[in-house]
Design a protein around this ligand. Sequence first.
Ligand code: PLP
Ligand code: ZN
Length: 435
Amino acid sequence: MTTVQVCDACGTTLGELDPRLACPSCGGLLSLRHDAPAVRGADLRRLFDARLDDARPAYVAGGGTAARASGVWRFREIVLPDVGDDAIVSQPEGNTPLFRRESVAQWAGASSLLLKHDGHNPSGSFKDRGMTVALTQARRIGARAVACASTGNTSASLAMYASLAGIPALVFVPAAQVALGKLAQTLGYGARTLLVRGDFDDCLRLVRDGAERLGIYLVNSVNPFRIAGQQSCVLEILQQLAWNPPDWIALPAGNLGNTSAFGAALRAAKALGVVDRVPRLLAVQAAGAAPFARGFREGFAERRRVKAETVATAIKIGDPASWDRARRVIEETDGIVTDVSDADILEAKAAIDAAGVGCEPASAASVAGVRRMVAEGVIAPDARVVALLTGHVLKDPGALVDYHAPGSTRPLANAPVEVDASLDAIARVVDAVGR
Ligand SMILES: *Cc1c(COP(=O)(O)O)cnc(C)c1O
Ligand SMILES: [Zn+2]
């Protein structure tokens, strides 16, 4: 099987091992194009289903067992380059749960809501799905170092996989704007971490300009191998639903890499007869970082940029890199783009956390977006909806501690109670809880 890299804008093709991340003729973004697999439709579904037996190995020994257990590489025939198992850099990743929680469904007003929790990936966010492929590719092309700009999760994931691959990593993050859990992981996994005095958009500009000159392989979501890996999330959702697509899939949207990946996966699944129809996508931005939602409302007449501001740091992005592809995806899936306030994001998060599921703030935008669309009559209350949770609850402990701080007036706040070290004092608290 062969794979080439193709320019979205002008169709120029580059070889599979070409390290450049933009079209040499026009500067457009690159996508991977694979030969059609030997099997299609029901045969492909059976192939993917048979591999579920390998998803829980007794122990993981080296690339081979991890690659076969991976919920990303399971779908290799339709989204990934053809790489031998032992050359794959995998933890493994994917195989994340799809939860049904009555209280969250009620909060959103969507009776059939399911939560796909990609915060259950090894570094705690969906970024691992792309990073296993990006670091596999970095090793294939013999990269001497890898780099990314990040709001935190890409850097944590990169640091983890670079350590696994034995390749030095350099990350650019906005100073004083990265959630504590993400920064801590990045340092712990051993990436050289640059705190840039600027925002995410500044970091991305720097690393894009610098990577080629410095001979470093860039693994931001402009890297087509990352987008290819992220396509596995949708395929896994479809597989968990026995290949019966939901009506809607809702996801948080920042740089729009994941929105693009979801659309590309649905396009491939439909073209290969894996499913006979595709869900509509709902991309949800934070109101303070919503250039794409504004573009959607304006019929995408022009590309918008904003100075981003939101508590949801993972989607605090003002100039999304994958705008054009995400626009195509929204149009193809008859999708919707909306935005939600920080207050609504935090309330959705509190509802998800209190249901024993938990997620970071940006993740909750998907559920807040579903509630808004049900309230506006766009999504039917009984529609089959899957909302993606992108990151783990421990990614952003600061947001949790603030929300539940003593004296908090937030709707679902659960402030800690300071007590004297006496049984009487504790008995009074227990009485109040029992009531
Ligand atoms: C990266 C990230 C997003 C946004 O994904 P994009 O591909 O940038 O749109 C949302 N939530 C979390 C937790 C993330 O880490
Ligand atoms: Zn081009």
